[in-house]
Structures are given as C-alpha cells and as structure tokens.
Design a protein around this ligand. Sequence first.
Ligand code: GLC
Length: 541
Amino acid sequence: MTPPANDPAVPWWTGGVIYQVYPRSFADANGDGIGDLAGVMAHLDHLAGTRDSLGVDAVWLSPIYPSPLADFGYDISDFTDVAPEFGTLADLDRLVEACHARGLRLLLDLVPCHTSIHHPWFVESRSSRSSAGRDWYTWADPAPGGGPPNNWISSFGGSAWELDPASGQYYLHTFYREQPDLNWRNPEVADAISGVLRFWFERGVDGFRVDAIIHAIKDSQLRDNPPAGGPIPPFPPDPSGHDPVFTVDRPEVPEVIRLLRRVANEYPGRLLIGEAYLPVERLARYLGDGAGDGFQRAFDFELSVIPWGAEPLRSTIERAERFTPPDVEPTWALSNHDLSRHATRFGEERSRLAALLLLSMRGTLCLYAGEEIGMVDGPEAATSLHDRFGRDRQRTPMQWDASPTGGFTDGDPWLPLVDPEERNVADQSRDPGSLLSQYRRLLALRRGSAALRDGALSLVHDLPPDLLAWTRTADGERVLMVANLGDAPVTVDLSGIGSQADVVAGTGSRQGSQPLANLQLDPLEGLLLRLWKAACLRSVL
Ligand code: GLC
C-alpha cells in the first residue's frame, strides 16, 4: 500500500494539520457503545476528500491495540494487533487504503516505554528472577530498610515501584502499576520495538505519535530525585515536590529517538511526532541535528497549559520561534485526550478566536476530535467513571447529530455524551455561521496559502495589552493575523505593516478592505488580512 505522493523537500507535515481521534469515542459502527475502526471509516468524509470536509492532512488514532484498559488503551498487551472492540487487522488495512485514497495519512500511537502487565513480555519477565526476559523491565530489590528502592513517584501519584511478592523485587512503572516500564538499556527491547514499527510501516501506516518519550530512560544507579529547586522547574509541575532529574528527560533519551528514527528512515516519508511534556528550551534535543536522526516534530504543550491572554500566548510563540531548530517547526495543539478541552479551559465564547489563532500559527497543528464543533468537557461527576486519573471528561463521544446518543452509537455509549442537542456536526454543517464552518474555511485558507501554511512568522511588537498580531510571509504573499483577546474594544495603529489590507477570514462578519492605521477590533475579534500589494510592490522593486 503506497502512501500518497510526498514531496521530500516539503513534506506534508510542514504546516500540516493532523486530526486526533480517540477511537473509543469517535464513532461506533456495531452498536456496542464503543467507537471502532469501521466508525472511523464511515466518517472519513468529515476529515478529507469532499468539498465539505475539514480538509486535514492526517488522522492520528490514539491506541487501537489490545489493552486490559487500566489506562484506556495506553496499557498494551499486544503491540501488533487491533483490539477486538475496534475491529481487526483487516479493518486497519482497509482504513489505511481508504485514507490514502483521499490523500489522508494515517498515524498510529507508538507506546514504546511501557506495556501492560498482561503483555507476554512482562509475563515472561515476571515469571522468575532468572527469566530470560527479566531485564526487559526494571527490577530492583527493596530499599535496605524495606519498602520501594527509591523516592521515584508515578505520574499518576504514589510510588513508581510495585512489589512483586513472588520474587521479592519491585518493578518500575512511570504510570499505573499495570504499566511496567520497558528497559531501554536492553538492546533486545530496542529490537522488539523496532519490529513493532516495521510491522505497521509495512502495512502502510504513515507514522506515529510517540508516547511519553521523556520517560524512556531513568538513572542507571536509581538515585533518589532531589528536592525541587533546579534551574528549570519541572513542566508540568511534579506533585511530589521533587525535581525529576533522574527519571525524566535523561541524557540518553535522544539515543532512543535516534534508534526509532533509523527504523522510520527505512520507509520514505514516514513521520514521528514526540509527546514530550517539556519546556520548549529542552525540546531541541529531541528533534535531532537536521540529518534525520531525531523526531521530525515534537509537541510544544505550553499552549495547552497557559491561561488565556495575549501575553502568555505571545511569549509561548516567541519562545517556540527562538528555540525550535531552524529545519523544524513547532507542533501545536490546544486540546487532547489528557487535558481539559480548550472550550472549557478558556471558555466557550473564546473558541472561535482560539481556532483563528491556532490555524494561523506556524507549525504542524493537531486538532482534537470535537474541538471543531466546540465540544466542552463532560460534567465534574463524569470525571472518573472509567479513568482513575480523571480524564473521562475530555474523552466523551463525538457528537455527530442532535439525537440523545449523538449519532455516535445505536447502543449504550461507554461514556455519556455531553450536549449533542446543543452542538453537533450535522447542525453546524448546515450553518455557515457555525464554528465548524469557520474551521472549514480557515483550513481551506491555510491549504491554499503558502504564507499561512509554511511562511515565516513574525510577531508584531508594542501592541496594546490585549492585542496579539503576527505576520506570515512566503513567496510574495503576506498575511496579517490580528486579534483582540480581551473583553473590551481596542483600536490599534498597524500602519507600520501596511496602509490597507483585505479581510480574508475573521471571527465575525467583517469583510473588505480595512485601514491599518486605525483598526478597530471588537472584544474577542480576530482577523486574517492579506497584504498583497506591499509585498508585490516590494518584489517588483
Ligand atoms: C501519554 C498518554 C496518556 C497516557 C500516558 C501513559 O501521556 O497521552 O493518555 O496515560 O502517556 O501511556
């Protein structure tokens, strides 16, 4: 199965847009209340291939593998199969083909740092201290006085060590105790995960989002983490009050990435995007040296944790522009399956402007299914119906229509829907003023504009406090993004950029040519303006 044609000089992910699907919650084709691959297949028109599609470049499926569901898909018991509730390998093959037929790429989730306790590798490793697979995971004796070997904590709380009573040793788990950490110091583990990559690449998969990579390697001497207070605070903050210097972002992690990338390089045009919750200053090491030995992209998650406001956003972009290596672009997402949805976090009234900001940023973008219709988190009471870490609220089923089960299922949905009658794809598709229509327009604009897709970004300085503006420039085309993130009207003089510019998109109904010397913006209004003339003149002179 050949992926769609790719220009190696400008790969599709340059300025590309990826749509994240949490498969349990996207669309259920067989009525068991759980989303599945056939459901994704049935909704590909929403993503690409028709005039009314969003027109994204790729779809990323969160894990589709067999999982006992301690971590809802991220505790995997077989890396090279499809969970029965999602379908079969044949369904996946059909999906790859259907995506490619409409020019869409399919990315999977690679979870290389841990398995389920039920994975045969761990079953073998746990079977005895002398098991041939013992060293595939990290085992350690109790501390001298008893108890866990050191003070490392799990990202989900409590000690990162679990006692295995049969052998008297502890195993390491960065996440739930049902997710033992693989030992990447063991070359057999590297070989096994390389085999997993090749298995999916051979089936035509176009790449992977690589899970939790900052945790791939820990200190070989198992030293205690010191109290917090280091030069760069942990990000997100470590609840234990320790600085996770011996467990997170170790110097050897780029070695692991190099190995993964070497395998990906055997298959032209495949993408690896790292999930790395780190300040952008520390991401460059994950992106290699430009010679094809790091991830092509790594998420900058600052956008999903900063408060709403022109200054936080300006400084996030400014730092990303400064610290992202020159041959790479930032990778942005406002929401994902782990974090509160941005319509809830920022406030629903800001969704329209948030979309305009995101879709005019420089970089590879990732949309989380449902954000295009303004989906909000489920109610507090639905926080931990399934997920012990409380992430059910952002994983509620996609709302396709106004029926009680939102067109997601004919059965009993695995998580309750939030408000399908309020917001759904069917209604918003018919309404040119809807958020969905705005996403479609902005995505179409981005696809058709070299400046918006991969043009240079230059922040405009010295603006009134609630204003944010930047230009995107490429091939003689120049687009100005200007936004008022505040709740009061603002007037600004942008005559330094040009005298007049044409509105090409906006959060409201404003159209036509605007005087940049005296531009008035309503509260939460954002505009994209095209500055053709100045740019053309300059290129003629
Ligand atoms: C990543 C996933 C998250 C999961 C964790 C452990 O952060 O996004 O959902 O719980 O890794 O695999």
